[in-house]
Design a protein around this ligand. Sequence first.
Ligand SMILES: NC(=O)c1ccc[n+]([C@@H]2O[C@H](COP(=O)([O-])OP(=O)(O)OC[C@H]3O[C@@H](n4cnc5c(N)ncnc54)[C@H](O)[C@@H]3O)[C@@H](O)[C@H]2O)c1
Length: 322
Amino acid sequence: MELNNIYKKAIVTGGAGFVGSHLVEELLDSGLEVVSIDDFSAGKMKNLDHLSSRPGLKIVRADISDRSSVEPFMDGVDVIFNNAASKKNICLDNPERDLEVNARGTLIMLELAKKYGVKKFVHASTGSVYGEPSLFPQTEEHPLDPVSYYGVSKLAGERYVILYSKLFGLDTTCLRYFHVYGPRQESNEFGGVVSIFIRNMLNGENLTIFGDGTQQRSFTWVKDIVKANILVATKPEANGECYNCASGITVTINELAEFIYNNMNSNSGTIIEHGDWLIGDIMKFDVSNDKIRSLGLNFETDFWEKLRITIAEMQTYLSTKV
Ligand SMILES: NC(=O)c1ccc[n+]([C@@H]2O[C@H](COP(=O)([O-])OP(=O)(O)OC[C@H]3O[C@@H](n4cnc5c(N)ncnc54)[C@H](O)[C@@H]3O)[C@@H](O)[C@H]2O)c1
């Protein structure tokens, strides 16, 4: 069933962020009305600028951990894509804010979904809920043992989401994203390694690899993440389920750095250098995506081509302010 035959109006929390802005765009293209809710703590207006004249889009500055700021926008909403998250935690910066947004904020969005008769709640979770992988390939049955404040708070959010399906019959699904990359990704220290390396090249900075660079990542194209969100929103059998969203591609950090270095000209003496290992850095990712593929999702496999597109778009993006 097509999305716009089931739903007319969507909320995307974190809509001014990296993944959220791609989702907003796809939902508008599918003919839905979209309310983007973001507190702009990390999100940027420039992520939505190209969509701001679209009649179906409402851009709201609101905080999902403050119920009264979100509730006025709930009327007529029939699907919520909950992508807002606090991620400062990864460097153990503000664990209380992580709890506030990722757990309590999710609970507030679920309460509002129940109160306003929302038909579907799709939640952005993360591979970080697993912690250090110990069983390969890593399926959704892998033990959940997060090793960061972020992972713990995201796991709490995920548990609330599944609980609302069990207790109240709200149709909910969790998607555990892994290593998403693509245009509009944050390139500061909270961003992804792809956008950080691209920014390094543009600024004439060295590309610093933590450790020997043989650690692998399962990079996942942002538009595949969008497709996964839309797919689970149209599949009744996804109710109450969690799905890994990882492309299955494995690329080492050395391979990534070399490709970006060779595909972006640098006249400024930039080099690839190796620094200390990051404490807790995970070496190997072998994530099973069988469950979401059996629902009908096909992941892009041409990583290097998508990386070329990302490099081209990020060069323009990073040169624009706001
Ligand atoms: N990018 C990845 O590789 C990745 C991997 C795993 C999981 N995720 C999850 O995907 C989702 C989107 O991540 P992203 O990479 O687009 O990050 P992002 O930081 O670009 O987007 C998150 C957005 O949430 C907004 N936000 C934060 N707190 C908020 C609040 N209290 N109220 C309203 N908005 C708030 C931020 O301003 C930002 O725009 C998050 O839930 C994240 O945990 C991302």
